[in-house]
Write a protein that binds this ligand. Structure first.
Ligand SMILES: Cc1cc2nc3c(=O)[nH]c(=O)nc-3n(C[C@H](O)[C@H](O)[C@H](O)COP(=O)(O)OP(=O)(O)OC[C@H]3O[C@@H](n4cnc5c(N)ncnc54)[C@H](O)[C@@H]3O)c2cc1C
Length: 564
């Protein structure tokens, strides 16, 4: 079906299927495309073995390279930093398998294309210890000096339930929330497009804070309700950092349940990109059985890219940091788009000026995390006076904002993410050393847990990250501002190149900041699959009629364009 209205497997049209990251901007069933027995498509015999440069070996670069290899092309990966990119699991020194998840760490089950690869690699997942979930056991919410202990929402004072109810009310009242979720469940493309396309011009210009503050549901409550909402958020906590973002971005997150039912990858999510690097697919065209990305690259990706330029014969020259120049009929860039102006010297003529505007106006959010390893999951010890856990997953308005507890088993070291913060809170940590970040975090937590000696449990060296301080990222992930819809649309739609002037074709974009759901890995994977279709098409290949790809249905169900 070319209109993308049916899908196999998970749901029927009765609205009882699961919520998945299906649209809302581009409701194409990426999961079905991936799972279809026919495969993604085929390239003409003369293109088999042809090289495609892939800039960046994060998840989007690796997914694209893996799928292009299966189609019989020869992906050539370039990586300036570490394989895996922002799916980075750093092992604590001397503690095999005990990791700090520095980038992505909690993966909503609605990320069905991402889980396609998790399952392919046979990786084990577990519920993520989010606030107020059984996986965390207990949660402490500390706001304006008052501390609440809870195992579920109903344990908290009525004010918290009023906040949750106001949020649900505001979403239905102003954003057709339930109707859109019903359309996602039944994969009813026509209804989903009709409802979502109405919201795009209404909310592109307005912030998340505006949505909350001017809603009927919240305006009848106190200012403090808004503060609590910003603190506790909807599921994962700390959402006041997103208050300046475009409301459309927040709507996508909640409608597709990015903020719910999240799991972690046991042993670290970096196993996904690394697994794809080593995996020899069962079905592969042109290459001998047993071929993997690692074997095609003699073990390691090429170095970082320093220059991208158009050659007189139309190919694109890729120059690496050592000056090696190779020419390719197609190039896919997956690094953050700002790096196309800071890291990589790009011929300006590779993209239109409208696209450059979009690439450069993209806005990144800052984020910092600091982890320590502890001798055991001591937080489960009971306070003899109260019978409660001595320490809990903690949300606070203090410096640490979110503290997460990772239980690796009673006989193994535990891991505490002392602080996970964004934007202003991350900037407060930016100039500090890892030791000082730990001290500042412990000082904060001591005010909440005066009787718990966290420092006495720390073993090994702490680990920290500030993504904005890393020249290969310049920020954690995109956070679109009001008025950014047009920029997102230009970047997202760029993989369909038939209408473009010839001089702009052959270079493709994918990754977190091209996606509609930045900060969620599923968006990086879906844009990567768009790019696979774009490259396939560029080489004269086609999809199979029974399994159309994203570019085949894009003109019918792609994201709407707003006038410039
Ligand atoms: C702090 C944080 C928390 C997150 N939390 C979650 C979460 O809980 N759940 C979730 O689903 N997602 C989460 N995400 C988002 C998820 O991690 C990203 O969407 C995904 O990892 C992005 O993958 P990518 O391939 O698009 O980009 P990247 O991983 O950035 O890959 C791009 C690669 O390009 C490389 N590169 C840069 N410059 C060059 C150059 N000149 N030449 C060659 N290579 C270059 C980089 O080193 C990098 O490896 C989080 C991200 C961060 C940072």
């Amino acid at each position: 079906m070319l209109d993308g209205t049916t899908r196999s497997g998970q749901s029927g049209s009765d609205g009882t299927g699961p919520i998945t990251i299906f649209g809302p901007d581009f409701p194409f069933a990426f999961d079905d495309w991936l799972e279809h027995p026919s495969g993604l498509g085929s390239v003409p015999p003369e293109s088999l073995g042809q090289e495609v440069a892939v800039v960046g070996a994060g998840i989007s670069g690796l997914v694209a390279a893996y799928e292009l290899m299966k189609l019989g092309l020869r992906p050539v990966l370039y990586e300036a930093s570490q394989l895996g990119g922002r799916l980075r699991s750093q092992e604590f020194e001397g503690a095999a398998g005990i990791v700090a998840e520095l980038g992505g760490m909690r993966f909503p089950v609605s990320s069905t294309s991402f889980y396609h690869y998790v399952d392919l690699l046979g990786l084990r997942t577990e519920p993520f210890p989010n606030p107020l979930t059984p996986a965390s056991g207990s949660t402490v919410i500390d706001i304006e000096g008052t501390t609440h202990y809870a195992e579920q929402l109903s344990d908290l004072p009525a004010l918290f339930r009023e906040v949750a109810a106001a949020w649900a009310h505001a979403l239905d009242d102003r954003a057709s929330f339930t109707r859109i979720q019903d359309a996602i469940r039944s994969r009813d493309v026509a209804t989903l497009k009709a409802l979502w396309n109405e919201l795009v011009p209404l909310w592109d210009d307005r912030t998340f804070y505006d949505f909350v503050a001017t809603s009927e549901a919240f305006s009848s409550l106190s200012f403090h309700h808004r503060e609590v909402f910003g603190q506790v958020g909807f599921g994962t906590g700390g959402w006041d950092s997103d208050f300046p973002n475009s409301m459309l971005e927040i709507l996508r997150v909640v409608m597709t349940e990015c903020d719910e039912n999240q799991r972690l990858v046991v042993g670290g999510v970096e196993q996904v990109p690394r697994g794809l690097w080593h995996h020899a697919p069962e079905r592969i065209v042109h290459w001998p059985q047993g071929t993997s990305l690692a074997s095609l690259h003699s073990g390691a990706p090429r170095a970082g890219v320093a220059r991208l330029s158009r050659e007189p014969d139309g190919t694109i020259a890729v120059t690496d940091t050592w000056g090696d120049v190779r020419r390719y009929p197609a190039v896919l860039t997956t690094c953050q788009s700002w790096l196309l102006t800071t890291q990589i010297e790009c011929d300006e003529s590779l993209f239109s000026q409208k696209l450059w505007m979009a690439l450069d106006r993209t806005r990144y959010m800052q984020s910092s995390k600091t982890f320590v390893m502890v001798d055991r999951p001591f937080w489960k010890d009971k306070d003899p006076a109260t019978g409660r856990d001595v320490m809990s997953m903690t949300l606070t308005d203090r410096l640490t904002r979110g503290t997460y507890l990772f239980d690796n088993g009673d006989d193994k070291p535990g891991v505490i993410c002392l602080t996970y913060s964004w934007m202003s809170d991350a900037m407060k940590m930016l100039p500090e050393s890892v030791d000082r970040r730990v001290r500042l975090s412990l000082d904060s937590l001591r005010k909440i847990y005066p009787d718990v000696d966290i420092a006495g449990h720390i073993i090994g060296d702490p680990i920290t990250v500030s993504w904005e301080a890393d020249r290969y990222f310049l920020g954690a992930f995109k956070g679109a501002l009001p008025g950014h819809y047009r920029y997102n649309q230009r970047m997202y739609a760029h993989f369909c190149q038939d209408e473009m002037p010839v001089e702009h074709r052959g270079i493709f974009l994918a990754g977190d900041d091209v996606s509609w759901t930045p900060a969620w890995v599923e968006g990086a994977v879906q844009t990567s699959l768009n790019a696979v279709w774009g490259v396939l098409h560029h080489f004269g290949g086609t999809t199979f009629p029974e399994n159309p790809g994203p570019g085949d249905v894009f003109s019918a169900i792609g994201p709407i364009e707003l006038a410039d």
